[in-house]
Design a protein around this ligand. Structure first.
Ligand code: G3H
Ligand code: 13P
Ligand code: ZN
Length: 312
């Protein structure tokens, strides 16, 4: 199977009551860990590349590595997606350069500007057989120090989604229901709670339309504890409870984004490995268990959170 767009994946996920995992990729080991797990579990998967990942690894390296993963996993659909594209030029470069899906994230701009930029990307993408994810609402973590008023304003306004989707022609929509990026999503001591009422209202307004959740790492405490035990310092790192993501995956949410959990899994394993093998200096020795940790974490998500095993 060649690289695919997310159209068919999302249709099946919507109808089947599960979600597809969108995992951020930055190097070969991450791509291998994710696609080995998805291949073994016969799960569709989205590999997503941020602007920062592209700057780190180079567009061509990432595309060719993903093409290798596609060749080695012919039985599962794999999409290559631009994560948080911030300009028409960046989206165009990825569309021209082999991506099957792009996100234009103009969510920080006023409504009309978000519509105009998203529409421009959609027109170019659709002319080239590529699909577009857009965003309405603001994701903020505890480090963003928002007031109660601002807090209310951050969530996606359900009354705006129909006009936005219709006028832009976007293929999927990321909404803000309380998730946030990074490893510090909630103040320690508070109860993490996603706004399922906002999700439900948005999906009622857009029946059949794929919804996307960003900032959906769970920040497993087993990784945080290993990191802290072996010289790290991540007090108060908290993510989205898995049961809430499982609930979201059964709804109109068709794509769930995970990056921080990959970083935590690799960092935990590598810190432990260095502590236990102070004399080792061959990168293959510590990258091998790090790749395995990515594999195991992704396999766990596919089966226990996304529910997309066997759906390829
Ligand atoms: O949502 C952002 C992703 O986690 C990518 O992060 O820009 O550091 O590559 P990055
Ligand atoms: P996390 O930081 O929760 O993994 O979110 C990743 C993400 O949304 C990438 O777009
Ligand atoms: Zn994101």
């Amino acid at each position: 199977m060649a690289l695919v767009t997310t159209t068919e994946m999302f249709k099946k996920a919507y109808d089947g009551g599960y979600a597809v995992g969108a995992f951020n990729v930055n190097n070969m080991e991450i791509i291998q860990g994710i696609t080995d797990a998805a291949g073994e579990l016969k799960a569709p998967v989205i590999l997503q590349v941020s602007k920062g990942a592209r700057a780190y690894a180079n567009h061509t390296y990432l595309v060719k590595l993903v093409q290798a993963a596609v060749e080695l996993n012919p039985e599962i659909p794999i999409a290559l997606h631009l994560d948080h594209g911030d300009s028409f030029e960046l989206c165009k470069s990825c569309i021209d350069g082999g991506f099957t899906s792009v996100m234009i994230d103009a969510s920080s701009k006023p409504f009309e500007e978000n519509i105009a930029l998203t529409k421009q990307v959609v027109e170019y993408a659709h002319d080239h057989g590529v699909v577009v994810e857009a965003e309405l609402g603001t994701l903020a973590g505890v480090e963003d120090e928002v007031s109660v008023e601002a807090d209310k304003a951050m969530y996606t306004h359900p009354e705006e989604v129909v006009e936005f989707a219709t006028r832009t022609g976007c293929d999927s929509l990321a909404i803000a229901i309380g998730t946030s990026h990074g490893a510090y999503k909630f103040k320690p001591g508070t109860k993490p709670q996603l706004r399922f009422d906002v999700l439900e209202e948005c999906s009622k307004q857009l029946p059949g339309f794929p919804i996307v959740l960003h900032g959906s790492s769970s920040v497993p405490q087993e990784f945080v504890n290993i990191i802290n035990q072996y010289g790290g310092n991540m007090p108060g790192a908290i993510g989205i409870p898995e049961e809430q993501l499982r609930q979201a995956a059964k709804s109109a949410v068709c794509k769930i984004n995970i990056d921080s959990d990959i970083r935590l899994a690799m960092t935990a394993v590598i810190r432990k490995y260095f502590a236990e093998h102070p004399d080792h200096f061959d990168p293959r020795q510590y990258l091998k268990p790090a790749r395995q940790a990515v594999h195991d974490m992704v396999a766990h998500k596919i089966v226990n959170v996304l529910g997309c095993d066997g759906k390829a």
